[in-house]
Design a protein around this ligand. Sequence first.
Ligand SMILES: [Fe+2]
Length: 212
Amino acid sequence: MTLNNRRAFLKNSVLGTAGLVFTSKVRAQISTPRDAEGPFYPITPQKDKDADLTKVAGKLGTAKGTIINIFGQVFDTNSNPIEDATIDLWQANSFGKYHHPHDTSDAPIDENFQSWAIIQSGKNGAFRFKTVMPGAYPYQAKAEDQRTPHIHMKIGKHGYEPVLTQMYFPDQEQNKTDGLYQRKTKTQQAMMTAQYTEKPNEFLYNIFLEKI
Ligand SMILES: [Fe+2]
């Protein structure tokens, strides 16, 4: 090795090491950002809380609206998958109405929409659920503003900090004006917004929990 080559080698090694450190910092994720619980966490008991929200057990109909599939994995902040995490999720129906006695809006109730599910991550932290695209709805404190479509989630597992959050959708017009969404940083928005996949009406959403 000539002196010049050796200098170049050392320089590259140092940069390479720095690069690795930087890379590992970038790869270490932060926890999924938290968001407001909102006023409509379900309080009416329901038996059917499975991963298909488009059908209600004992009813023949299907929920109205655009059927969507959401899948992803639950990870810790070092990108290790977390199995058996509980994902408690609830959302408005396609008309923007919650199945909740405190939702007094005029939007129609959809009796065939399950509206609430409690599911668990499985092998490799994977989860999946089927639902309908939630409708936008008036923000109660300021009725002229619309809440952009979102799905509320509480994610927990013993030994990890629980996360109460809202999952958002890409390219929604109301994302630009939604107060809760807009107060997040771009990085937070990116972590909280589901991604398109190659399949229509299918979205990818990964969740990150911090170890206690
Ligand atoms: Fe909501």
